[in-house]
Design a protein around this ligand. Structure first.
Ligand SMILES: CC(C)(COP(=O)(O)OP(=O)(O)OC[C@H]1O[C@@H](n2cnc3c(N)ncnc32)[C@H](O)[C@@H]1OP(=O)(O)O)[C@@H](O)C(=O)NCCC(=O)NCCS
Length: 163
C-alpha cells in the first residue's frame, strides 16, 4: 500500500515590531537575565527584520536579521541572524526553518552575500540543516553558554557568470 505523507501547512510567518519578538527571546533565550538583555544593538535599525509565527493568538516562534558584519570585519554585504526561538511544544515542526528562510530572503533581496550567527551549540544542527558551516572553535559568552560562529553564503540569481 502506498503511504502518503500529510503535507505540513505553510507556517504563517509575519513581520512584527521588535517588541513582539522580545517577549519570546527573553523567555527562551535569556530567562535569567534582565529584560534589557533581550534588546539587541541594531534591533531598531530600519533595515532590521523581526519575524514571528502566532498560533491561537500566541507568539510561538521568532527570529531577527540585522545588517551587521562579524566582529572585526567590515563587510557591507554581511547580515546577522539573532534571537531565533521556537516554544518547546512546537519545536521540530518547521517553524524555525520557515522563519530562517524568510530572514535569508530579506538579506538576499538587499544584496546580502553572507549571513552569520553565533549559534548555541545545541542549535548548531538546526543551522547546519539550513546550509550554515562552523568557523573556529567554541566561543563562550557569559550567562548563555558555548556557541559556534556559523555562516553561509547567499546564492544570488544571475551572478554566476559575472566577475
Ligand atoms: C533552534 C530552534 C529555534 C529551532 O526551531 P524549530 O522550530 O524547532 O526548527 P525546525 O523545526 O524548523 O527545524 C528545522 C530542521 O532542523 C532540525 N533541527 C532543529 N533543531 C535541531 C536540533 N537542536 N538538533 C538537531 N536538529 C535540529 C529539525 O529536525 C529540522 O530538520 P528537517 O529539515 O529534517 O525537518 C529551536 O530549537 C529553539 O528555540 N531552541 C532553543 C533556543 C535556541 O537555542 N535558539 C537558537 C539560538 S542560536
Amino acid at each position: 500500500m502506498e503511504v502518503v505523507e500529510a503535507a505540513r501547512p505553510e507556517p504563517d510567518v509575519r513581520p512584527v515590531d521588535v517588541e513582539v519578538v522580545r517577549g519570546l527571546r527573553r523567555r527562551i533565550l535569556r530567562p535569567f537575565q534582565p529584560a534589557a538583555a533581550s534588546a539587541y544593538p541594531g534591533d531598531e535599525a530600519p533595515e532590521a527584520l523581526h519575524l514571528a509565527v502566532r498560533a491561537e493568538g500566541r507568539v510561538v516562534a521568532v527570529g531577527t536579521i540585522l545588517h551587521q558584519a562579524p566582529e572585526g570585519e567590515d563587510d557591507p554585504a554581511a547580515w546577522r541572524i539573532r534571537g531565533m526561538a521556537t516554544v518547546p511544544v512546537a519545536r521540530g515542526g518547521g517553524l524555525g526553518r520557515a522563519v530562517l528562510d524568510r530572514l535569508l530572503e530579506h538579506a538576499e533581496s538587499r544584496d546580502g552575500r553572507l549571513v552569520w550567527c553565533n549559534a548555541r551549540v545545541r542549535a548548531a544542527p538546526f543551522y547546519e540543516r539550513a546550509g550554515f558551516s562552523r568557523r573556529g572553535g567554541l566561543l563562550h559568552f557569559p550567562g548563555i553558554g558555548p556557541h559556534f560562529f556559523m555562516w553561509r553564503d547567499l546564492p544570488r540569481d544571475g551572478l554566476g557568470s559575472e566577475g
